[in-house]
Ligand binder design. Structure first.
Ligand code: PBG
Length: 323
């Protein structure tokens, strides 16, 4: 007798497939990363990331508003300073481009969740994520600078601060500093398992943050390690992280799944610049169907276990899903 089980029965129509679909993408889970600098009327396309721009606070507000219309309700802000210096001091300036933008967004679009990337590499002249001495990135002296940066973002009204530097102990230092300033409602999304990845290439052009000497392997994780990701996540949760992130996403789906299975907290995955640009380039050449591939990739990240997805495709995907 022919096998009684015929899996194709549940694939027979679009309605049937929708009925039994296990993973559903929702724009509510998307976070849209954006780059902001000082000035007015700026909307400069980032060459290596077509469709992404450097904004000034005014045009950024328009973009956030348009994204909100598309159904995207959370953004992650990266800042570019007017001037880089040795310690990255513009990172914690209350008048920085990020701080200014947070205030404007919260004043005008108060139902949009605003997250801020907390790091120094965009602000330092050497491009590293911390205090540098004799070619080394020093851990403990960096914590204070990160804490100052996070508190200035929180004072401006950020709902979540997201440290991406990978210094040891930074979540605890930031939590302490926030609580000391009475900012106990500001949440922390830690880039807990952040790998030293080649996929950040286009971002470093976007944020003008490539290290001027060496690389980030002494603080970001070795792509070969997954057990270590669980230790990083456990430490960050212990120090007070509210949400944890795995980054990048596509090449680390196994890590997302393991973190999801081990910890009962919201897991975020960052589909980084290189993932975006790789697809954009292939789609431009006509080698891949851009929209289908995008939704398939986002679905795979969700299926791997991500509750929240940070993606440069947020608007485009939200429009497709709503349409
Ligand atoms: C800052 C930071 C980086 C990214 C997010 N925060 C770059 C890096 O670590 O070099 C990468 C994001 C992306 O590639 O989209 N430390």
């Amino acid at each position: 007798m022919f096998p009684a089980a015929r899996p194709r029965r549940l694939r027979s129509s679009a309605t049937m497939r929708a009925l039994v679909r296990e993973t559903r993408l929702s724009p509510e889970a998307f976070v849209y990363p954006l780059f902001v600098r000082h000035g007015q009327g700026i909307r400069d396309e980032i060459e290596s990331m077509p469709g992404n721009f450097h904004f000034s606070p005014d045009t950024l507000l328009e973009e956030v508003s348009a994204a909100r219309e598309d159904g995207v309700r959370a953004v992650l802000l990266f800042g570019l300073p007017d001037k880089k210096d040795f310690t990255g001091s513009e990172a914690w300036s209350d008048d920085g481009a990020v701080q200014t933008s947070v205030r404007r967004i919260k004043a005008e679009l108060d139902d949009v969740l605003v997250m801020t990337d907390v790091c120094l590499c965009e602000y330092t002249d050497h491009g590293h994520c911390g205090v540098v001495e004799d070619g080394d990135v020093l851990n403990d002296p960096t914590l204070e600078l990160l804490a100052s940066t996070a508190t200035s973002h929180a004072r401006a009204g950020a709902d979540l601060v997201a440290p991406s530097d990978m210094m040891d102990g930074r979540v605890g230092a930031i939590r302490d500093a926030l609580d000391t300033e009475g900012l106990s409602n500001t949440a922390i999304l830690s880039y807990a398992a952040k790998y030293a990845s080649a996929f950040y290439g286009p971002f470093r052009e976007a944020a003008q943050s490539a290290p001027q000497f060496g690389d980030r392997r002494s603080y970001q994780m070795d792509p070969a390690n997954a057990d270590e990701a669980l230790r990083e996540v456990a430490l960050d949760l212990d120090e007070g992280a509210d949400m944890v992130m795995v980054k990048p996403a596509l090449a680390y789906l196994d890590v997302i799944r393991r973190v999801k299975d081990c910890f009962e907290v919201p897991i975020a995955a960052y589909s980084v610049s290189g993932e975006f640009s790789m697809l954009a380039a292939a789609a431009e050449k006509g080698w891949l169907d851009g929209e289908r591939t995008m939704l398939e990739l986002l679905t795979s990240i969700k299926r791997a276990g991500a509750d929240v997805i940070l993606t440069y495709h947020a608007r485009q995907a939200a429009r497709l899903l709503h349409g």
